[in-house]
Ligand binder design. Structure first.
Ligand code: TYC
Length: 100
């Protein structure tokens, strides 16, 4: 019998999973000054004054807004920077991250 080289070719796709992205969220509170929030958004997120003001107002009105979307490491750094800066100035501003 002939048992040479008979079979089914099965192709598998190389699965290159993209790393998950994380939303950085800013939360509203009653005490942090609006100008302070705008300053943070300019300083740590590279937003223009107009963009920063718009996001600040959205948070103020809606309670929360997405400030940006980043890799886990970058998002974590942003959250730490914002929380440290707010704490140093004794403002209760809250910043968190969540998987997109
Ligand atoms: N609500 C605050 C005020 O009236 C302003 C504010 C905006 C605070 C956004 C936090 O993430 C924030 N002074």
């Amino acid at each position: 019998e002939d048992d040479s080289d008979v079979g089914i070719a099965v192709k598998t796709r190389a699965r290159t999973k993209r790393p998950p992205l994380y939303k950085v969220l800013l939360l509203n509170d009653d005490y942090t000054p609006m100008e302070f929030v705008v300053q943070i958004l300019e300083q740590f997120f590279g937003l223009t004054h107009a963009q920063a003001f718009e996001i600040m107002l959205t948070v103020h009105k809606k309670g929360v807004a997405v400030v940006g979307v980043f890799s886990h490491e970058i998002a974590e750094t942003k959250v730490t920077q914002v929380m440290d800066f707010a704490r140093r100035h004794q403002h209760p501003l809250q910043c968190t991250m969540e998987k997109e």
